[in-house]
Structures are given as C-alpha cells and as structure tokens.
Design a binder for this molecule. Structure first.
Ligand code: F6P
Length: 575
C-alpha cells in the first residue's frame, strides 16, 4: 500500500497558532523557572534508560499543546504504525521501511505487528533472525580462532570497507563500545576513495591475520568497490611477498575465500567479485543505508564485541521502538524532541542543531547523525512530489564535550544565531580516573575526573539557559566598557540526555531515539525520509568527469569553463 497525500502542516490550525506565538516571541527561561517550581520535573521524561530533560527548551504549556496537536494533525502516530507494519512509506522507491524489524526479539512475545508478519510475501522475522544467526555463528568462529586465514593464523584485525551507512554506523558503534571489544581483536574502517585511506589503514597490517568485510547495500558503490579491489590486490601482493601464496588463480581465490566476506542486499554482485556467497550476509531493500547499522552491516562490530553484546544492543533499539509505539504523544520522547526541532527550525529560525556528547566514546556520534538526519530530511519535495511548504532538514553538527567548549561554544553562547543543542552524557564513565595530585587551586587531590567532566555538562546547559545579566556582570566589578561583551543573553535552548552508562543497550537506544526524531520531523514536513536522490547527480557526474581528469581531450572540452580550467590546473600540477 502506498501513502496518501501528506497533510500540509502550514494549513493546520496548530501551525497558525504557533506562528502567532512565534511572532514577537520573547522566551524567558529565568522567569519560567522562577514561576514554576515543577518545570524541570514536568519536562523531564524517561525513555528506557534515557532520562531526557527538555525543561531548558524554549517551550511553554501553550506551545507544547499546539505542537502536540500538530503531531496529531499530521498523523505521526498512524504513520509510525504504518511504517512498522511494512507499508511502502518510502514512496519514491516504492519500498517498505522496516529497520524496526531488525531488532524485534526472537521469542516474539507481545510484538506488534505479531511475530511472523509478512511484507511483500516475505516472513520478515524469520529472515532477520536467520541472518542474525548466520552473522553470530561467523562472529563466534572468528572470535574463537576457529576461522583462520589462508596460512592457518587466527584473525586479529577486521577491516570494514564501506561508506555512508555502511561505514558511519559501524565505526561509530565500534568506538562507542570499545570497552566491550575482545582482547586481541581490532576493527578498522576504510571508507574514502582517497587512496590514502586504504593505504594508511593497511600499512602496518599482517595479511595473514586480516579479514576484510566489504559492506555495501547495493554492492555498486564506486568508493567501496574500488577500495575492495585495492584491498584484494594488497592481500595478494603481501601474501606473495611473504612467500605464502602460490602464483595461481586458485591460490588467489583461496586467499579471498579466507580473507574476504561481504554484507549486501545484492548477493549476485558479491559472487561476481569473487566472494563465496557462503561468506556473505544479506539484508533487504527495506533497510535504508543510514538505518542499517543494526543489520548485517554491523558484522565488523559483532565480531569485535560478540553476539551477546550485540543482542543487548538490539534490545536497546527495541526498547526505544516500543517507547515510540506505545507512549502517548505528550510523554513520548522522540515525538517531543522532534516537535521541539520543528518549533526551533520552522518558527524560531534555527538553521542548525548541535549534538554534544559528553562521552569521548561517542566521538563519532555527531558524524553518524549527520547522515541519519541530513540524508533523511534534506528534501525540497514531499512524498507525493509536490514542493514542501516549510523549511526542512536542519544542519546537524557537533563534537564531544569539552573539546567543543574550547572551539565553537562561543557562538552558541553569544552569537546571533539560535542553535538548539542536545547534550548527552552518561553517569558512569568507561574509566573512572582520579586526579591524585590536584592543582591546589580548586581541583583537590583525588578529584574524580568524571565529576569534573560532568560539572561542565551541567554548567554549560545552565549558562545557555539562564545567561548572565549586565547587572550580574557589573556586580563583579567589571569595567562598564566591557559589560556588553561579558553579558550572556541566556534563553538558548538545550535538551539534556542522561544515561546510566554507555552500554550496548544505551547505544542502541540513542540511535533509535534519533531515528525516530527524524521520522517525526519528516512526517510533519510531509517528506520521504527514506530516499536519497540528492546524492545521485554528483555520483553520475564523477563518472562523466573521470576521463577528463585522466587527460581525455574530448571529455575535457565537454566540461563547463570553470570545471575545465580546474581540471587543466590539476593536470598541470599533477606530477
Ligand atoms: O550515496 C549515498 C548512499 O547511497 C547512502 O545512502 C549509503 O549509505 C551509501 O551511499 C553507501 O551505499 P552502499 O551501502 O550501497 O554502498
């Protein structure tokens, strides 16, 4: 079943009410907190292990009421139900959107839709768990040393070759769950077609103990297939140099069988590359690339952290899926966060959104979210092909705290632009270190460093919300001439997300939270958050331009004057 026409959000009464409030809106977080002792409590919500405080957002009961009405009027809950049931809500590709099916538990208790639901003739649960079992069995073999390379040595390094969703998810989760990685195993990630990437990532590796995973949904991505071929050449050459590979096609084939596996929806293309289909793990076109980290695309991470931790990771996603499905809109965290984003971007003029993890292990989370949010919601037409009626898709960006504090927070605190920010932290650090020496000037000997770190997390949202008035600055004895420069306006909105620890489950919960925030915003805007046609033109042109870059005169002459001149300059500079 395909989707009905989207509701134009701007035609709803809720939208008009919000526009009215936004006109001349003067937020007053100090006043709102002073007037309402229950504000923090009222706007703090729980989603599985995530405690989410939205009270430092620019929201009042009136605004929230209209936002919730907007969610109702645009059918957020119904469309979510349609999505998880397998309706073709990816309209431009006429596909179901079923990443939520990747994390449905095997026992099937209480599932909606019921276990065994069939989509386009496929028993989704059966296929998902058959693939998971295959990935788990393979991961166990690699982890136990049963799977050996062509010379009988156990695998020590897994190199995932993929890009976009076939890279950003696995690398982010691998970094996030480093403490769970089995000793003696390491994963690396090659993505860029810049040959430097594959060179640097393989330079110090032993081919006899290296396993490559070629991860590509389509198995047609230029970067990934080029890097896979480079890696295959590297393997053959290094093994031959070491005198452990005979000069025959059979020997080379045998080496590929032991050192290459693949993850893809296009298993025929995997076979054509020379990878044994036995060593290939499939998924399905109803999993979007940027929604695929919990599919077989995560095989590199499953090997690194093991099936038990992976099950926990999937359970975390499912807990958030259930929260999204069953929690009333007014308590539903992804719905509320998505609605706040709409409020900030469509009514208060925010162009971007910062994500600031106060957990070093989440250092790649903002990069991961950039694809999830911007490839999903950077659209100008709606799912029926008509133009959007509002702005869509904020620019997501961020860096781990406290690094960001010493780089770009200046602009968030005192700049002219509104930048809503999500602060994410965990209560229990991976490594609870103490500063035994202290500095004799505020940091006591034996200071728990995570406490210092968290003090920054709390202080930043406080400063952004409440600012510092000119009177407060003056009261510190500041010279009048610099009072304006040292004043903080406050009323800069933040959401605080606090989890007990960075467990596999919590990482799954965080990812699912943002997947559903994207869904909520996309639904309100009436866009298909699951296609990505905008990446196609550049890919096509790269192939057209390649002969010109290689010096082909005819191809060069066919370029526009700017591109032609640039390529000529490149050719002149290239040694
Ligand atoms: O170019 C964008 C994109 O299609 C992403 O959506 C996708 O995650 C990435 O390329 C990689 O695609 P594939 O997994 O098919 O190699």
């Amino acid at each position: 079943m395909t989707e009905s026409a989207p509701v134009d959000p701007t035609s709803t009464d809720a939208w008009k009410q919000l526009a009215g409030i936004a006109d001349g809106f003067t937020p007053d977080l100090r006043g709102w907190f002073d007037a309402d002792a229950s504000r923090a409590d009222r706007y703090t919500f729980q989603a599985a292990d995530l405690t989410v405080d939205l009270s430092k957002g620019l929201v009042t009961e009136e605004i929230l009421g209209h936002l919730l009405k907007l969610a109702e009027d645009t059918g957020v809950a119904d469309r979510y139900q349609a999505m998880i049931s397998g309706e073709h809500i990816n309209a431009t590709e006429d596909r179901a959107v079923l990443h939520t099916a990747l994390r449905r538990p095997k026992d099937g208790a209480g599932l909606v839709p019921e276990k065994g639901f069939v989509v386009d003739g496929q028993d989704v649960d059966k296929d998902v768990h058959a693939t998971l079992d295959k990935v788990f069995a393979f991961a166990d073999k690699v982890r136990s040393g049963e799977w050996v390379g062509v010379t009988g040595k156990r695998i020590e390094t897994v190199v995932n070759i993929g890009i976009g969703g076939s890279d950003l998810g696995p690398v982010m989760v691998y970094e996030a769950l480093k403490p769970y990685v089995q000793a003696g195993l390491e994963a690396r990630f090659v993505s860029n077609i810049d040959p430097t990437d594959v060179y640097e990532k393989t330079a110090d590796l032993d081919p006899e103990t290296t396993l490559f995973i070629v991860a590509s949904k389509t198995f047609g991505t230029l970067e990934t297939l080029t890097n896979a071929r480079l890696a295959r050449e590297w393997l053959w050459k290094k093994l031959a140099d070491a005198g452990v590979l005979a000069d025959s096609d059979d020997a080379r084939k045998g080496a590929v069988a032991k050192h290459f596996v693949a993850v893809s929806t296009a298993l025929d293309k995997v076979a054509a590359f020379g990878i044994d289909p036995e060593n290939a793990f499939g998924f399905w076109d109803w999993v979007g690339g940027r929604y695929s980290v919990d599919s077989a695309i995560g095989t590199s991470v499953v090997i690194a952290i093991g099936p038990d931790n992976w099950r926990e990771f999937l359970a975390g996603f499912h807990a958030l899926d259930e929260h999204m499905r069953t929690t009333p809109l007014e308590q539903n965290v992804p719905v509320l966060m998505g609605l706040l984003n709409v409020w900030y971007s469509n009514f208060l003029g925010a162009q971007s959104h910062a994500v600031l993890p106060y957990a070093q292990y989440l250092s790649r989370f903002p990069a991961y979210l950039q694809q999830l949010t911007m490839e999903s919601n950077g659209k100008s037409v709606r799912w029926d092909g008509s133009p959007v009626t509002t702005d869509t898709g904020e620019v997501f960006w961020g860096e781990p705290g406290t690094n960001g504090q010493h780089a770009f927070y200046q602009l968030i605190h005192q700049g002219t632009r509104l930048i809503p920010a999500d602060f994410i932290a965990v209560a229990n650090p991976g490594h609870p270190l103490k500063d035994e020496t202290g500095d004799g000037a505020g940091v006591e000997p034996g200071q728990d460093v995570h406490e210092l770190f968290m003090a920054n997390f709390f202080a930043q949202t406080k400063a952004l919300a409440f600012g510092k008035t000119a009177e407060e600055v003056r009261a510190e004895g500041t010279a009048e001439s610099v009072v304006p420069a040292r004043e903080f306006s406050g009323n800069r909105p933040t959401s605080s997300i606090l989890a007990p620890a960075l467990t596999p489950s919590v990482v799954g919960q965080l990812i699912a939270l943002y997947e559903h925030i994207v869904f909520v915003e996309g639904t309100i805007w009436g866009i298909d958050s699951f296609d990505q046609w905008g990446v196609e033109l550049g890919k096509q042109l790269a192939l057209q331009v390649t002969p010109a870059v290689g010096g082909d005169a005819e191809a060069l002459a066919a370029q526009d004057s700017s591109t032609k001149a640039l390529i000529e300059k490149y050719l002149a500079l290239r040694k």
